[in-house]
Design a protein around this ligand. Structure first.
Ligand code: IPM
Ligand code: MG
Length: 361
């Protein structure tokens, strides 16, 4: 059976890191006869420059027909002054929304080899393994009304709307509880129920969904406390579930606990397991084109694709073990470099992963 992968490299370091992840997938495709087919498309600033829109019709058709999507990153300085409706980020948000990829999984795992690369003390982060489940197609990112208007007195006013329906909260709740069941069976729901009615409802609905998952322990935490606890004692968490914006913020914090945001993959799934896979770091325009970006987050995103959409756990395990092997040697990209290690380029890091795949066989 063929499996169609839409490949959207995007902007900044996107093309470099996606090219390396494709090398890994292509190797396994041949080695394990996975039946993967790749087709490239435009998204973000690259799409805007070529077509005048960050999510062109051709890309909409491509992603709708694909079984999974591998995305690099979007955005860059040169597009920052564009109207918000055509900014690169709108391409990514459009894709998430168009395909209803509401369940965003952002695992934060600390590889023991990188314990020195974290800014936190080794005893605080070693053994860290958290899963953040972020609602991705609702909340303040998409709520209406939104905009910037000029009041009668001539002053401008910016406004956005935080809105969640019970259905939206329920479906992300089910995703999170199911994931918690397969892990440590502890779920922490993060909200700001003491101030925001919308998340008061979030808390109430999460507690109701909990009734169907009695084997999972549910706790609730306010987002300000959660951000503090993530740097104070991160290992208290197993799975966290939260709104679109809180998840955006907390997942960057969680990423940094692991030493580098350059290590963290993500999956964004619809109700049927179709997914988009992307590293959680951005387009890093400051280092784009230099061949120094860390490709591991994208390579690990490809592993998540094999696991979650294609049900190829063995292939996914092989990639994850090979990444671990590569880190067991002294090679490091700049973002995870520590004294005494050997600094390598984007492609050298990916080549080390391929070499490890071959050695393990
Ligand atoms: C992320 C990013 C995006 C977001 C941006 C690029 C729109 O920060 O995936 O975390 O805010 O969701
Ligand atoms: Mg973010």
């Amino acid at each position: 059976m063929t499996q169609k992968i839409a490949v959207l490299p995007g902007d900044g370091i996107g093309p470099e890191i996606v090219a390396e992840a494709i090398k890994i997938l292509a190797y396994l495709n041949t080695d394990m006869d996975l039946g993967l087919e790749f087709e490239q498309g435009l998204i973000g600033g690259a799409a805007y420059d070529a077509t005048g829109t960050p999510f062109p019709e051709a890309t909409v058709a491509l992603v709708k027909n694909a079984d999974a999507i591998l995305l690099g990153a979007v955005g860059g300085y040169q597009w920052e002054s564009l109207d918000i409706a055509v900014r690169p980020e709108k391409g990514l948000l459009g894709l998430r929304s168009e395909l209803q990829l509401f369940s965003n999984l952002r695992p934060a795992i600390l590889y023991p080899q990188l314990v020195q690369a974290s800014t936190l003390k080794p005893e605080v982060v070693s053994g860290l393994d958290i899963m953040i489940v972020r609602e991705l197609t609702g909340g303040i990112y998409f709520g209406q009304p939104r905009g910037i208007k000029t009041l009668e007195n001539g002053e401008r006013q910016g406004y956005n709307t935080l809105v969640y329906s019970e259905t939206e909260i329920r479906r992300i709740g089910h995703s999170a509880f199911k994931i918690a069941q397969k892990r440590g069976k502890r779920l922490c729901s993060v909200d700001k129920a003491n101030v925001l009615e919308c998340t008061e409802l979030w808390r109430e609905v999460m507690s109701d969904v909990h009734k169907q998952y009695p084997d999972v322990a549910l706790t609730h935490m306010y987002v300000d406390n959660a951000s503090m606890q993530l740097v104070r004692e991160p290992k208290q968490f197993d799975v966290m579930v939260t709104t679109n914006m809180f998840g955006d913020i907390l997942s960057d914090t969680a990423a940094m606990l692991t030493g580098s945001i350059g290590m963290l993959p993500s999956a964004s799934l619809d109700a049927h397991g179709k997914g988009m896979y992307e590293p959680i770091h951005g387009s890093a325009p400051d280092i784009a084109g230099k061949g120094v970006a860390n490709p591991l987050a994208t390579i690990l995103s490809a592993a998540m694709m094999l696991r979650y959409t294609f049900d190829q756990a063995e292939a996914a395990d092989r990639i994850e073990l090979a990444v671990n092997d590569a880190l067991n040697s002294d090679i490091r990209t700049a973002d995870i470099y520590t004294e005494g290690m050997h600094k390598v380029s984007t492609s050298e890091m990916a080549d080390a992963v391929i070499k490890a795949l071959k050695v393990r066989g």
